[in-house]
Design a protein around this ligand. Structure first.
Ligand code: NAD
Length: 377
């Protein structure tokens, strides 16, 4: 019988659902030494937490995360709350010797992130941060191609994350559904929410970022705050674009906005190397576009690799070649990798320390925009 990894999850919103789904599905598709057990879900409203627990099969509920992290029948704390709670929950979980799976961005800023890294390292607890796009099979395959040197020297890295849901000036800020618009809960706007994903993938695929130059804009300057009922200044960035240099000498160009009418979650990246280029698009997430200059001239063309074959990353765990999987499976993959790490006594990347690198870039981007200057990481 598999060994148990007893999960206590804080927050039952969007990510609470994706993670719960992943814990439930992983033993059906991956043969692992450990299996997750949904021990408790924590939310401030006990009635709602109970309804969620019944729906997803959690054994119990807590309405205060401080109690959850102290429970002796829990091995790992999963943090699915708004960003302003990540640090306090992580520090308390580490102090109680719990493993931690923390949602992204790691923290509100670098100072908090450093404290969190020190806490998990001092307590020697396994940790990971849910930058789930690393585990889209097409993105993992891109990593393999780059590591095998198939692109040769990399010259350019380009990424976008475009949405359009905050264009209305009547949209309030703050509170349950709209904490992302409230700087006190989110830390930043698109930089920490969306570009953090692009930056994590970029560092993973192309190495460290050394210097950045950014601009940000807040198009709607004041919004009614749901919690105070007053019209208040908006403190988040609605849009951000930045240039950067990578340690390997390549140049980066990143853009994110919630004001690109027509785009819901258009995360794309393109990498141009000496021999070949690759492109990926979240709206078509099972495909990797590939151009290889070494192909004989008349046949040279962009091709579209359907990343669904048994020899593509993760795909031997799912259906038959040609049948695709989706967004929710990236979380199943992260749980599977985390459980494999637990069996070996190792943290699964991105660790808190890896996610701190992304946090450093986010902070540098925001500082660069504020001071209108290049910033070193
Ligand atoms: N990996 C990804 O792709 C991805 C996608 C979306 C969100 N996120 C991250 O996940 C986190 C949560 O985002 P979400 O979209 O699930 O938000 P959400 O608003 O849907 O859910 C947040 C949950 O936290 C709970 N919560 C708030 N304060 C709490 C407290 N004091 N105690 C207990 N529970 C509390 C809320 O009740 C809610 O259930 C954020 O850090 C966000 O950046 C990551």
């Amino acid at each position: 019988m598999a060994k148990q990894l007893r999960i206590g999850m804080v927050g039952y919103g969007f990510m609470g659902r994706t993670h719960s789904n992943a814990y439930r599905r992983v033993p059906n598709f991956f043969n692992l030494e450990y299996t997750p057990v949904l021990k408790a879900v924590c939310a401030r409203d006990a009635e709602k937490a109970k309804a969620f627990a019944d729906q997803w099969g959690y054994e119990s509920i807590e309405s205060d995360w401080r109690k959850l992290v102290e429970r002796s029948d829990i091995d790992a704390i999963d943090i699915c709350t708004p960003n302003n709670l990540h640090k306090d929950i992580a520090l308390a979980a580490a102090a109680n010797g719990k493993m931690i799976l923390c949602e992204k961005p790691l923290s509100m800023n670098v100072a908090e992130g450093e404290e969190m890294c020190e806490a998990v390292e001092k307590a020697k607890v396994l940790n990971t941060v849910w930058y789930n796009y690393r585990r889209v099979p097409a993105v993992t395959y891109a990593k393999q191609l780059i590591d095998e040197g198939k692109l040769g020297r990399i010259f350019h890295y380009r990424a976008n994350f475009l949405q359009d849901w905050t264009i209305s000036a009547d949209l309030p800020q703050g509170g349950a559904a709209l904490w992302r618009l409230d700087a006190a809960a989110a830390g930043s706007g698109v930089t920490g929410d969306l570009l953090a994903h692009c930056i994590d993938t970029a560092i993973w695929l192309n190495g460290g970022i050394s210097t950045v130059n950014a601009m940000t804009e807040t198009f709607v300057k004041e919004r009614k705050h749901t919690l105070t009922g007053k019209v208040e200044k908006v403190g988040i960035d609605d849009a951000c674009a930045f240039l950067c240099r990578f340690d390997n000498g390549s140049l980066g160009l990143f853009e994110s906005t919630r004001y690109a009418r027509g785009h819901k979650a258009l995360y794309t990246f393109e990498i141009n190397g000496e021999h070949a280029s690759i492109k990926w698009d979240l709206h078509d997430l099972h495909r990797l576009q590939w151009f290889d200059h070494r192909t004989p001239g008349p046949l040279r063309a962009w091709s579209s690799i359907h990343v669904t074959d048994g020899d593509h990353p993760y795909m031997d765990h799912w259906w038959v070649p040609g049948l695709q999987i989706g967004y929710e499976h990236t979380f199943v993959h992260q749980v599977a990798d985390f459980l494999e790490g637990v069996a070996k006594g190792e943290s699964t990347g991105p660790t808190f320390r890896d996610a701190l690198e992304t946090q450093k870039v986010c902070d540098a981007v925001l500082n660069s925009a504020k001071e209108m200057a290049w910033k070193n990481i």
